[in-house]
Design a protein around this ligand. Structure first.
Ligand SMILES: [Zn+2]
Length: 532
């Protein structure tokens, strides 16, 4: 048999968790057609992988990358880690289908997380228009999830009330539209607007719609850490009432979470979760404010935070919720231009200290605030009132939580998701280093997992869980999404100070049978697809 490509003589780690074996991988077109001893076979292109690990391409189940894949400086950042497939709509975030007004507001809300220049403002965005942005334009594969955020936004706007039966019916139809176009899950973010306003009835109804298409329920749930019980109770209730497998986004297995996972399993819920390997989170500045402060349109939020009486009311809570020596600026929004144009007059004019705001990126909040000599509540409120979007923050864990990464990665229901964010000057390094970091630190230095166990959490397990067909393993008949790396050399270089440093040791990456990276170099051509 003549192959298009043979990857010769590597250690085949097939994704299932089984021990490695030496062998060749033969590829024709976009497919793996043979694995084993192909020493007599011919191919147009033979790549020597002797001594290297040959694995299925990694599947990132929670990552804010879909717009970054369309272009810009971070377009190939996931591929450089060996990621060949990413899930869209993490935390229920998306932009379709929305009319022009709501699209403009949603863009503002999501701008801390996304460079969104590919989404035109001032026009309606249908689901099919949105998906058309990606066709033929993807360096790696994209798996859709039905986004609860834009679905609720389309029907209820920024309303803070429960939905009526009629509204749930309209949301149900939108979820079905996404599922009909291949979405594998309903994704939600119940600490974000407007999704946090949904009640159990709405979430169960929409989960049933996803389940009708074989989808699963995926949640940034309504509570983590000291509120993990609240979050898990709701997640398990949805799983049991809608008869749907549930997946918890970015969960750390501290003792409370461990007992919740046990309890959910005993109740009969079908559970999995993802987590990245760093003891720090990242989200926008709004999320730590009291719930009442976050309600409504971006304009309403600004008006409320401009009010001195309101600031007084939330002061004590802000002091508690912003441990400023553990919070770092990832990016700061620019001063609002509509102020300059006199379109919207809220509060006072922008404070002078905002002029230098971009120099804060990478610095600790406390350090910046002390230099400026401003009270914490005024500082945070003024930042939100006067900038185009709420600043993106990195939240370092308190040190006593660091040890929880070990039970998280050792937990049998854990799989890998980076939660990568590709926006701003100093984003969290997790989007640029997670996979090599796991091989370097968790496998090589700490020995918490074998290489085979780690690879399974990045490949076959997510593929099975999310119903991603013909990917996630190395076997004949599957798509040739493949990563070749040196297991003794692979390492991350991204840090909080320099997040965009590319990893080392990833030699070849194939997407649908074609080289995306060869000998460490990005190749011409866009071989990714929206996964059917
Ligand atoms: Zn999240």
């Amino acid at each position: 048999m003549v192959f298009d490509r043979i990857i010769r003589g590597g250690w085949i780690v097939d994704g299932t968790g089984a021990g490695r074996r030496k062998g060749d991988v033969g590829i024709v077109g976009d497919e793996i057609v043979a694995i084993g001893d192909l020493s007599g076979a011919e191919a147009e292109d033979i790549v020597d992988a002797a001594g290297k690990a040959v694995c299925p391409g990694f599947i990132d189940v929670h990552v804010h990358s879909e717009l970054a894949l369309l272009g810009g400086p971070d377009r190939y950042a996931p591929l450089r880690m060996g990621v060949t497939t990413q899930l869209a709509s993490p935390d229920g975030f998306s932009w379709a289908p929305l009319d022009r007004t709501r699209l403009g507001e949603m863009k503002q809300y999501l701008r801390p997380f996304y460079e969104d220049g590919f989404i035109e403002e001032g026009r309606d965005l249908s689901l099919d228009d949105f998906l058309a942005l990606f066709r033929g334009n993807l360096p790696s594969n994209l798996v859709l999830q039905a986004p609860h955020g834009s679905v609720r936004q389309a029907v209820l706007g920024w309303e803070t009330r429960a939905a009526t039966d009629e509204e749930i019916g309209r949301m149900d139809r939108l979820v079905r539209e996404w599922m009909e176009r291949g979405a594998k899950a309903l994704a939600t973010g119940l600490e974000y607007e407007p999704m946090r306003r949904a009640d159990l009835r709405e979430l169960v109804a929409l989960s049933r719609a996803a389940a009708a298409y074989g989808g699963i329920y995926v949640a940034h749930q309504r509570g983590y850490a000291d509120k993990v019980t609240i979050g898990c109770e709701e997640t398990f209730a949805i799983g049991l009432q809608a008869d749907i497998p549930v997946h918890i986004s970015h969960l750390t297995v501290d003792p409370a979470a461990a007992s919740e996972l046990d309890r959910g399993g005993k109740l009969g819920a079908d559970i999995s979760f993802d987590m990245y390997p760093y003891p720090a989170g990242s989200t926008h500045l709004l999320l730590n404010l009291p719930e009442a402060a976050q309600a409504g349109t971006p304009k309403q939020v600004r008006e409320r935070l401009a009010d001195p009486a309101f600031r007084k009311r939330i002061e004590a809570e802000v002091e508690r919720a912003f441990p400023e020596e553990r919070i770092r600026f990832a990016s700061v929004g620019r001063v609002r231009s509509d102020w300059e144009q006199g379109q919207i007059v809220i509060g006072s004019s922008p404070p002078d200290w905002l002029t230098d705001a971009t120099t804060w990126e990478g610095k600790l909040l406390g350090e910046v605030r002390r230099e400026l000599g401003i009270g914490l509540t005024d500082f945070i409120c003024d930042l939100i009132v006067h900038t185009e979007y709420p600043s993106l923050m990195i939240f370092h864990w308190p040190e006593e939580r660091y040890p929880y990464l070990e039970p998280t990665f050792k937990h049998p229901l854990h799989m890998v998701g980076t939660d990568g964010i590709y926006a701003g000057a100093k984003p969290h390094p997790r989007g640029f280093g997670s996979y090599p970091n796991i091989f370097r630190r968790i496998v090589r230095e700490n020995g918490w997992l074998t290489l085979e166990q780690a690879v399974r959490k990045m490949t076959a397990y997510p593929a099975e869980r999310f119903g991603i067909k013909r990917r996630g393993k190395l076997a004949p008949g599957l798509y040739a999404d493949i990563v070749v790396f040196d297991e003794t050399e692979i390492r991350d270089r991204a840090t909080f100070a320099e997040p965009r440093l590319a990893p080392e040791g990833v030699e070849h990456v194939l997407v649908n049978g074609r080289f995306a990276i060869r000998d460490g170099v990005i190749q011409q051509g866009l071989h990714g697809r929206i996964v059917e």
